[in-house]
Write a protein that binds this ligand. Structure first.
Ligand code: NDP
Ligand code: 8X3
Length: 254
């Protein structure tokens, strides 16, 4: 049953965002879900509204497009603008190449999605939270925002930016009683590597060969953990790794 609380999850059509939608639905949150692949959101919505009696509102949205983000958010019914939890999850990596041979289009897609997209969505949602002096923004960073690894260059830079922006948001929104958290996963088996390697499934599968990676649900449960702390508790930062991975570059495969 609905708790009359609303979570806005970007990138809910796959992976970690989809898993977050399932967990928040289980916990009785109404869901504002955004992604470019609206057909996937529709299927997820049908499943979750039937299973948990919650409501959903879907946004077919490319977070890279500022006009699209602000138009979509400004035009939703008023009740959907009262966001309790924003999960800034939409993101991607493109390519894994040295800085001197990388594709500039890949750089633009990562910077525009992981940094600018996160900023646009936050800029649309945060004023309502500030006016109500209530809300929680959870940014999905990465171990790539804590370390830099070979050929990770621009992806790592975008996730370092997410780390810095999380700290900045927390300071700026302090007087508005808005909690701000970053969750930084290591290796999670989702569509992430297939997107990074542009559909090369063999290369993507090799990333998870002979290692037990995290699954999207592991991160979604962590997102729920930070959300469900008492009002006076904010988890600033959480780094979550597979047991078989010690750092961005050190893992065991058996
Ligand atoms: P997936 O590829 O499985 O999912 C990515 C989601 O982001 C999709 O729902 C996709 O939706 C959405 N998305 C991508 N670009 C855009 C865009 N321009 N506009 C709107 N939505 C977009 O990957 P993950 O679930 O693994 O990734 C989620 C987040 O977790 C990302 O920020 C990623 O960097 C981060 N992360 C992932 C790790 C991993 O190992 N998997 C580890 C650490 C962090 P659609 O294509 O329908 O628009
Ligand atoms: C995804 C994790 O290590 O592939 O953010 O960059 S990593």
């Amino acid at each position: 049953m609905s708790k009359n609380k609303t979570a806005f999850i970007t990138g809910a059509s796959a992976g970690i965002g989809e898993a977050c939608a399932r967990v928040f639905a289980r916990e009785g949150y109404d869901l504002l879900l955004a992604a470019r692949r609206i057909d996937r959101l529709e299927a997820l919505s049908a499943e979750l509204t039937a299973a948990y009696g919650i409501q959903t509102h879907l946004l077919a949205l490319d977070v890279r497009n500022a006009d699209e983000v602000f138009d979509a958010f400004n035009n939703i019914p008023e009740q959907w603008k009262q966001i309790d939890v924003l999960v800034n999850n939409a993101g991607l990596s493109q390519g894994l190449d040295p800085i001197h041979t990388s594709d500039i289009g890949d750089w633009d897609r990562m910077i525009d999605t992981n940094i600018k997209g996160l900023l646009y969505v936050t800029r649309a949602v945060a004023p309502g939270m500030a006016a109500r002096k209530q809300g929680h923004i959870i940014n999905i960073g990465s171990i790539a925002g804590k370390e830099v690894y070979p050929n990770g260059n621009v992806y790592c830079a975008t996730k370092h930016a997410v780390d810095a922006l999380t700290k900045g948001m927390r300071i700026d929104l302090l007087t508005k009683h808005i909690k701000v958290t970053a969750i930084h996963p290591g290796m999670v088996e989702t569509e992430f590597s297939e997107v990074r390697f542009k559909g090369d499934r063999e290369r993507a599968a090799a990333v998870y060969d002979r290692i037990e990676p995290l699954i999207a649900e592991d991160i979604a449960e962590a997102v729920w953990f930070v959300t469900s702390r008492p009002g006076h508790v904010n988890i600033n930062d959480m780094v979550i790794m597979p047991t078989m991975q010690a750092s961005a570059t050190i893992a065991i495969r058996e």
